[in-house]
Design a binder for this molecule. Structure first.
Ligand code: NAP
Length: 293
C-alpha cells in the first residue's frame, strides 16, 4: 500500500501481468518489472497461467476489478479469443481489429477493458531501429503464415510492393490472404506454393515467422544457397541470442537480426499504453538480455 499525500488517498500497488498457457517461460516479467522500477512506478508484473476454457471467466473477473489488475499482456494461445471477447465485452483499438488479435489490455479504473495489438508496431519499430530497413515499396518474403506472420503482414499492409508468403500448411496461407484482402490490395500478397527460390531472389527482406530456430539443434529454415547479397533478414525467433539462419546470414555478411527487438518494442509500447509514460527502452533491453542468458 502507498499513501498519496496530496489527497490523503491510500493507493494499492498496481498490478500487471501476462496471460498465456503455458506462460512460465515468458521474458515479459523481467522486462516490465525493470521498467516499473526505472520509472519509479509502484507496480508488479506477474504470470497468469490461464487454460483456454477459463479465459472468458478470467476476463470477466478482471472487468469486475478482480485483484486490481491495471494492464495485461496476452500470449499464445489467447490472442484471437481475447480479441473476440473484447469485441463482445469491451473496446478494441483499430490496429488490434485489423490484425485480428489482442496482445495488450488496458483496464480502466471503471473496470472497462480496451484491447490493443503492439506486436505489429513493435515489429515495425524493430525493423527500423535494428535492421535499418524501410519496407515501403520493397518486396518482402515471409516464411510461415501463423499468428506472428499475420501480425507482421497486417501491419506492413499496403506498404511493400509485394509480400510473398510460404507455409507448409496451405490452408493457413489462404486464410491469411483472405484476411489481408479485407483491408488491403489482395494482389500484393502472393502465396508461394512450391519452389521459393525465384520469389526469394527478388526480395529485399526475408522474415522467418516459423518456429524453426527456437531449439538449439534447429537448422536454418532456408537453404543458405538461396540467400542473396543485399537481402536483410529478420528472424522472429527470440528465445536464443542467435539462430542458425542469422548465423549463416552473418557469415555471408548479410544484415540479420533475431526477434528480440520485436519483443522489446511490443513490450515498450504496451508499457506506454498502460502508464502514459515513455518506456525506458535501454533498461528493458538489458533486462531482456539478462533474462535470456
Ligand atoms: P505458429 O502460429 O505455429 O505459425 C508458424 C507457422 O509456420 C505454422 O503454420 C507452421 O506450420 C509453419 N511452418 C513450420 N515450419 C515451416 C517451414 N519449414 N516452412 C514453412 N512454414 C513452416 O507460430 P507463431 O505464433 O506465428 O510464431 C512463429 C515464430 O514467431 C515463433 O518462433 C515465435 O516465437 C515467433 N514470435 C516472435 C515474436 C517476437 O516478439 N519476436 C512474437 C510472436 C512470435 P505447422 O503448424 O503445420 O507446423
Amino acid at each position: 500500500m502507498r499513501f498519496n499525500g496530496l489527497f490523503g488517498k491510500i493507493m494499492a500497488k498496481l498490478k500487471y501481468g501476462i496471460i498465456g498457457y503455458p506462460v512460465k517461460h515468458s521474458l515479459s516479467p523481467a522486462m516490465q518489472n525493470a521498467a516499473f522500477k526505472a520509472c519509479d512506478i509502484d507496480a508488479g508484473y506477474e504470470l497468469f497461467d490461464v487454460a483456454p476454457e477459463n479465459l472468458d471467466k478470467f476476463l470477466d473477473d478482471i472487468a469486475k476489478s478482480w485483484n486490481n489488475i491495471s494492464g495485461l499482456n496476452v500470449t499464445i494461445p489467447h490472442k484471437i479469443k481475447t480479441k473476440e471477447y473484447l469485441e463482445r465485452n469491451g473496446k478494441l483499438d483499430e490496429v488490434a481489429r485489423r490484425l485480428g488479435a489482442v496482445n495488450t489490455i488496458k483496464i480502466e479504473p471503471d473496470g472497462s477493458l480496451r484491447g490493443f495489438n503492439t506486436d505489429g508496431p513493435g515489429f515495425y519499430r524493430s525493423l527500423q531501429e535494428d535492421l535499418r530497413f524501410e519496407p515501403e515499396g520493397k518486396k518482402v518474403f515471409v516464411l510461415g503464415a501463423g499468428g506472428a506472420a499475420r501480425a507482421v503482414i497486417m501491419y506492413l499492409g499496403n506498404g511493400p510492393e509485394k509480400i510473398f508468403v510460404a507455409d507448409i500448411d496451405k490452408e493457413k496461407t489462404t486464410e491469411l490472404k483472405n484476411h489481408y484482402g479485407k483491408y488491403y490490395d489482395e494482389k500484393k500478397l502472393v502465396i508461394v506454393g512450391g519452389e521459393i527460390k525465384e520469389a526469394l531472389a527478388d526480395c529485399a527482406l526475408l522474415i522467418n515467422a516459423t518456429p524453426i530456430g527456437m531449439k538449439e539443434a534447429d537448422p536454418s529454415p532456408i537453404d543458405k544457397n538461396l540467400l542473396r547479397s543485399g537481402t536483410r533478414i529478420y528472424d522472429l525467433v527470440y528465445n536464443r541470442p542467435v539462430t542458425q539462419l542469422v548465423r549463416e546470414a552473418n557469415s555471408m555478411k548479410l544484415h540479420a537480426v533475431t526477434g528480440i527487438g520485436m519483443l522489446l518494442y511490443q513490450g515498450a509500447i504496451a508499457f506506454e499504453i498502460w502508464t502514459g509514460k515513455k518506456a525506458p527502452v535501454g533498461v528493458m533491453k538489458k533486462a531482456l538480455k539478462d533474462a535470456l542468458k
